[in-house]
Design a protein. Structure first.
Length: 176
């Protein structure tokens, strides 16, 4: 690959989409060719949903259809794809060069999810997932330890530091 593929994951509300948007914006100034893919949007656009779960107020992704739809993009020699999703275990390790797991203090996470008008049940479920390290554990179980980095996503200064760190990592990867 010419550019690394990156998975940005974490509990809903930890800043995956914000980080992805900032990476793409900042990378354009450095002439890096990064392509963001928000998996929830991609799944809708490519009809990769099985059904809607009323109880949990969320769409159930058809993982096989999703992976089949992503395969030509992720297998490209160009690379430079940033996947944005809360789940890391479904993506083949061969697709991913770096897994960024974003973490947020549970009180801050609660506020963010409330501002999205999530139900109390969804807020509690996602907050518990964050406290129990579910996204980090999933990434560590499914990728080489050298591929996984845990970053705090608390405020704007964290965002700026994280984006700088990831951009430096991309440059190092390209130079290796």
């Amino acid at each position: 690959r010419t550019n690394p593929n990156i998975l940005i994951t974490g509990t809903p509300g930890t800043g995956k989409t914000t980080h992805t948007q900032q990476l793409v914006q900042r990378s354009s100034h450095q002439r890096l060719n990064l392509t963001p893919i928000n998996i929830a949007d991609f799944a809708k656009q490519n009809d990769c949903y099985e059904s809607y779960d009323e109880e949990w107020e969320s769409w159930i992704v058809d993982e096989d259809r999703l992976l089949d739809s992503l395969e030509p993009i992720m297998s490209s020699e160009l690379g430079g794809v940033i996947l944005d999703w809360h789940c890391s275990e479904i993506f083949p390790e061969r697709w991913i060069d770096l897994v960024v797991v974003l973490r947020t203090d549970h009180q801050e996470l609660w506020k963010r999810l409330e501002s999205r008008n999530y139900s109390l049940r969804k807020i509690q479920e996602n907050n518990q997932a964050e406290i129990m390290n579910e996204c980090l554990d999933e990434a560590m179980e499914n990728y080489e330890i050298e591929q996984v980095v845990e970053l705090q996503s608390g405020d704007l200064s964290c965002l700026e530091k994280n984006v700088e760190r990831i951009l430096r990592w991309i440059e190092d990867w390209k130079n290796d």
